[in-house]
Ligand binder design. Structure first.
Ligand SMILES: Cc1ncc(COP(=O)(O)O)c(C=O)c1O
Ligand SMILES: N[C@@H](CCOP(=O)(O)O)C(=O)O
Length: 465
C-alpha cells in the first residue's frame, strides 16, 4: 500500500514513512492510493470478533507489509489494553433506534485515545527499527493534546510539544497536558486560538529546513494513522447493529473532520453506511459549506464544546480530494484560495458528490444545554457537550428503520461546568484520575509566533541537529 498526497507534489510513501511524515512535504495530507475493500461476506465474518481482533482485521490492508503481522498484533493488543471497558468502544442505546458509541473509555476520556494509543506504539516501533528519534509537534483544542501526552510520555525516541490555545480549554483538559512529569513532554500555551496553533504546526512542517533539523513528526489527524485507527469503531458499531445486512447512519460531532472522514473511509471499504451527518457547534463552517458550497472562515466563537471551536477544518481537504476525483490541482487551488482570502467555492460536481454522502447541522450553545437536560430526563444518560451537539443534530436526521449512531467523543467529566449548568449534575472524574486537579502544572506560554515556537522546540528537542 502506498500513500499519496492530496496536493500531488510530494513523493508517494509506504505506510511507515507516511506515519513518520505526518504532513506531506507539499503541504498536503496523505491518503491511501486505493481503498481496501471488504465484501459483504468478509464483513459478515467479522461478527463476534473482540475489538482488538477486529482492529487487526480491518487495519492490516493499510500496512502494505511494512509492519510484521505478529508485531502489529502485539501493538494493537497493548493499545486497547489501556481502555477501561472490556468492549473498548461500547454501544449504548439511548432512544428507540438511536445509540451512542462511547469512545471515551481510554486513559484521557476522549475518542482521541483510540487512535493515539496505537499511533504512539507504531511510531515507537518504526523509530526503534530505524534507530531514529523524532520531534512530535501537535496542536490541540483540548483533547488531542492530553491523549498524545498520555500516549507518548516517557518514550525515549520522541520529544512531544503540544500547542494549546491559552485559556480556551477546559480545566480538566489543561491539566491532562500540564501535569505530566515526563521529561519528553512540553506543554505550550499559545496566545491565540486553535486555528493559530494548527497554523503554526503546519508552518513548521512547511519550513523544510526546520522540519529536517528536528526530524519533525505529527500526531494530529493530518497523520494518516490517526484516521486509520478511527475506522475500526465504525465497523464495530455497525456490526453490532446488523451490518452488512442492515445499513446504519452516523452523526459525528465535527471540528477538524478527522473522525467523520474515518466514517467515509469505512464506507469506501464496503461498510453499508446510509448517511454521514456532520454536527457542528456555533462554529458552523462545515454546515454553512454544505448548504452554500462556499467554504468561508469567520471568527471563532468560544462555546461549551471547546474541542470543536475550529474554523480551518484540516481533513476536509481529504474529502475534497475524493470529491474532485483525486485531482490534486483542484485541491491545491482551493487550499491556495483559503490561504490567500480565507475562502473558496466548491465546484458543482464536487459539491453534489459531497452532498450525496453527507448531511450537516448545527447546535447552538443553548441547544447543546437543552439536549444534555432532555436526554438525561428521557434516557437517564448524561452527555458531554460535544456528543450533545451531535445528538441534537441527529434528531433532525433520524430516518425510519435505519439505526442512528451518534459518536460519543468525550466523557462528561471533562466538561463539568457546562454539564452541571445544563443538568444540575456535576460529573466526577473516575477515581484513577482523582489526583489530576491538585497536581502541579508545568507549561510555557508563548506568543503565536512561528520563529519563537520553532526556537523553543529546537532548544528542547533531543532530535535537533
Ligand atoms: C470531544 C471532541 N468531539 C469532537 C471533536 C471533533 O473531531 P474531529 O476534529 O475529528 O472532527 C473533537 C476534536 O477533534 C473532540 O475533542
Ligand atoms: N478537537 C481536536 C483538534 C485537533 O484535532 P485532530 O484530530 O486533528 O488532532 C482536539 O481536541 O485537540
Amino acid at each position: 500500500m502506498q500513500y499519496v498526497s492530496t496536493r500531488g507534489d510530494a513523493p508517494a510513501l509506504g505506510f511507515s514513512d507516511a506515519v513518520l511524515a505526518g504532513l506531506a512535504r507539499d503541504g498536503g495530507l496523505y491518503v491511501p492510493r486505493e481503498w481496501p475493500h471488504f465484501s459483504a461476506a468478509d464483513i459478515r465474518a467479522m461478527r463476534g470478533l473482540a475489538y482488538p481482533d477486529l482492529a487487526i482485521r480491518v487495519l492490516t490492508p493499510f500496512l502494505g507489509g511494512d509492519i510484521a503481522a505478529p508485531v502489529f498484533e502485539r501493538l494493537v493488543r497493548e493499545a486497547y489494553a489501556t481502555f477501561r471497558h472490556e468492549a473498548v468502544c461500547p454501544l449504548v442505546q439511548t432512544g428507540k433506534n438511536t445509540f451512542v458509541l462511547e469512545l471515551f473509555h481510554g486513559p484521557t476520556l476522549a475518542f482521541k485515545d483510540v487512535a493515539m494509543q496505537l499511533l504512539a506504539r507504531l511510531m515507537d516501533h518504526v523509530l526503534a527499527e530505524r534507530g531514529q528519534r523524532a520531534t512530535i509537534v501537535g496542536a490541540t483544542s483540548g483533547d488531542t493534546g492530553g491523549a498524545a501526552i498520555d500516549a507518548f510520555a516517557g518514550r525515549d525516541r520522541t520529544d512531544i510539544f503540544i500547542l494549546f490555545p491559552h485559556g480556551k480549554v477546559s480545566p480538566v483538559q489543561q491539566r491532562q497536558m500540564t501535569t505530566s512529569s515526563a521529561a519528553n513532554v512540553h506543554a505550550l500555551s499559545v496566545e491565540g486560538n486553535f486555528d493559530d496553533c494548527q497554523g503554526l504546526v503546519k508552518d513548521m512542517f512547511n519550513d523544510h529546513a526546520f522540519r529536517d533539523r528536528v526530524s519533525l513528526s505529527g500526531v494530529n489527524s493530518i497523520n494518516w494513522a490517526r484516521i486509520m485507527a478511527q475506522i475500526v469503531y465504525y465497523f464495530s458499531s455497525a456490526l453490532s447493529l446488523g451490518a452488512p445486512d442492515r445499513p446504519v447512519s452516523f452523526t459525528v460531532p465535527t471540528g477538524n473532520f478527522g473522525d467523520i472522514f474515518a466514517g467515509y473511509a469505512a464506507k469506501r471499504m464496503g461498510l453499508p453506511i446510509e448517511r454521514l451527518i456532520i454536527a457542528t457547534n456555533d462554529n458552523d463552517i462545515l454546515a454553512r459549506t454544505l448548504a452554500s458550497g462556499e467554504y468561508r472562515t469567520k471568527g471563532v466563537f468560544a462555546t461549551t464544546s471547546p474541542s470543536m471551536d475550529i474554523q480551518v477544518s484540516s481533513n476536509f481537504e481529504r474529502l475534497l480530494f475524493e470529491a474532485a476525483g483525486r485531482d490534486a490541482e483542484t485541491v491545491t487551488r482551493y487550499m491556495n484560495g483559503l490561504k490567500q482570502s480565507g475562502a473558496f467555492t466548491i465546484e458543482g460536481g464536487e459539491l453534489k458528490r459531497i452532498r450525496a454522502e453527507f448531511d450537516a447541522g448545527r447546535a447552538s450553545v443553548d441547544e447543546v444545554a437543552a439536549t444534555i437536560r432532555t436526554t438525561l430526563e428521557a434516557s437517564n444518560y448524561l452527555l458531554d457537550p460535544h456528543t450533545a451537539a451531535a445528538v441534537h443534530v441527529a434528531a433532525a436526521h433520524a430516518s425510519g428503520p435505519v439505526p442512528m449512531v451518534v459518536l460519543g467523543t468525550a466523557h462528561p467529566a471533562k466538561f463539568p461546568a457546562a454539564v452541571e449548568a445544563a443538568s444540575g449534575i456535576a460529573p466526577a472524574l473516575p477515581a484513577w484520575l482523582g489526583g489530576l486537579m491538585t497536581a502541579d502544572e508545568k507549561y510555557t506560554t508563548l506568543p503565536s509566533d512561528l520563529k519563537m515556537v520553532e526556537d523553543y522546540v529546537n532548544r528542547h528537542s533531543r532530535a535537533a541537529r
